[in-house]
Structures are given as structure tokens and as C-alpha cells.
Write a protein that binds this ligand. Structure first.
Ligand SMILES: *Cc1c(COP(=O)(O)O)cnc(C)c1O
Length: 229
């Protein structure tokens, strides 16, 4: 068995054990394979091992891989910061966007989504770590943003996403994920129905699943250590 197939199997095992430990059904937790920095060949290997959903942070890099793998039935998720001049290509080429944090960007994505394509599925990225990170809407502003995004015709608001600062203990890490879950529950109580919590990465997916993650975004544990630019 090649290394990516073995690593994928190990990650699926971690997800299943964490779900069972939390009293949840393993199929409730989807695996998004984060393929940023890895060539199309690696994505293809993961596909041959049964993985179809892939996350990318950089548009140009993602477009190259999509082109190379155009024959495969892959589902692409955009998970990186969104510049407004990239919204058209993102809306045209991806199925999901996890990193919406401003109304202006959401409007542009909705305008650019083709009428004959299904609505673009989106998550709002929330800054659950306060001053420590800059990306994401603040917890105080998420309800207002959710109301705006829910009105946009070519977007389907599905949930919330967060990348908490790494913290030294599992307990502390879990508190960040709990905050995101509680925000989702608050929005649902306000009549905004959401079914997705995109949280948990290679290092902390167990803590995220314990707090209700429905999609974990895993790169390193599948593909190996990236050489950061
Ligand atoms: C890189 C990245 C991941 C994957 O992180 P790993 O630690 O490699 O599993 C997940 N989510 C986002 C938004 C990322 O940028």
C-alpha cells in the first residue's frame, strides 16, 4: 500500500475513534483532504485511495490541479483568504468556500456563480481566538453577516469554519471549538439553519470532533509535512 493510502486509512481511523468516543456516528464527520502545496499526482493518489473532496488555499495552484485532474469526479473546496479579484474564478470553479468573512466578498461570489450550477455552498470563517489571529469575522458580528449571506441567491449558507490558534492543552483547544459550536447553535436559534461545522486539522481533529465538527480539514497527516513558502 502506498503512503498516502495508508495515511488516509489512519486518518479515517482517527476520525472514527474520535466520533465513537464522543457518542457520534463516524459518517457524520466528513474528511476534507487539504492538498495545498502538493502536486496533482498526490491528489490523484488520494483519489485512488477513495478520497474525493479536496481543499485548496491558493487559486492559481488549485486551477492548475483542476486542469490536470479534469477527468476525475473531485469536489473542490476553497479554504484560503479570498481577494476580491479572485471571486469570479472561485465562484466558477469550486463547490464550497469555507473562508467567507465579509459581505462584499459574499456578494461578489453570489453574482459570479453561474445560473445553471448548483448554489455555491459557503461557511463563514469566525475568529474564535480574538487578538491572536486576524482572519475571520468576530463572534459578535457573525449573526449579522449570516443574515446578509443567507439572503444571497446564488449562495447556500451551510455553516461556520474556524482555525483556532494552537493552544498547549487539549482542554484549551477544545474550548475554541466549543465556542464555534455554540455560535452555530445561536444562529440556528435565530432561524438560520446550518448543518456544517468545519473545524479540526491534523493536530486537533479529535478535540474538534468531540465538540461537533462535521468536516475536518486535514493536510499534513495525509500528505506529509509541507515545505512552507
Ligand atoms: C493548511 C490548512 C489545513 C490543514 O492543516 P494541517 O495541519 O496540514 O492538517 C486546514 N485548514 C486550513 C484553512 C488550512 O489552511
Amino acid at each position: 500500500m502506498d503512503t498516502i493510502a495508508a495515511a488516509l486509512q489512519a486518518v479515517r481511523g482517527r476520525i472514527a475513534r474520535a466520533a465513537v468516543a464522543a457518542g457520534r456516528n463516524p459518517p457524520e464527520v466528513a474528511l476534507l483532504a487539504v492538498s495545498k502545496s502538493w502536486p496533482a499526482k498526490r491528489v490523484q493518489e488520494a483519489y485512488l485511495a477513495g478520497q474525493t473532496a479536496f481543499g485548496e488555499n491558493y487559486l492559481q495552484e488549485a486551477l492548475r490541479k483542476m486542469e490536470a485532474l479534469a477527468g476525475l469526479p473531485l469536489e473542490w473546496h476553497f479554504i484560503g483568504p479570498i481577494q476580491s479579484n479572485k471571486t469570479r474564478a472561485i465562484a466558477e470553479r469550486f463547490s464550497w468556500v469555507h473562508s467567507v468573512e465579509r459581505e462584499k466578498i459574499a456578494e461578489r461570489l453570489s453574482q459570479a456563480r453561474r445560473k445553471n450550477a448548483p448554489p455555491l455552498k459557503v461557511c463563514l470563517q469566525v475568529n474564535v481566538s480574538g487578538e491572536a489571529t486576524k482572519s475571520g469575522v468576530s463572534p459578535e458580528a457573525v449573526l449579522a453577516l449570516a443574515r446578509q449571506v443567507a439572503r444571497l441567491p446564488r449562495l447556500e449558507l451551510r455553516g461556520l469554519m474556524a482555525i483556532p490558534e494552537p493552544l498547549p492543552t487539549a482542554t484549551a483547544q477544545q474550548a475554541s471549538f466549543r465556542l464555534l459550536r455554540e455560535l452555530k447553535e445561536r444562529l440556528c436559534a435565530e432561524g438560520i439553519s446550518l448543518d456544517t461545522l468545519s473545524m479540526g486539522m491534523s493536530q486537533d481533529l479529535e478535540a474538534a470532533i468531540a465538540e461537533g465538527a462535521t468536516m475536518v480539514r486535514v493536510g499534513t497527516a495525509i500528505f506529509g509535512e509541507r515545505e512552507e513558502a
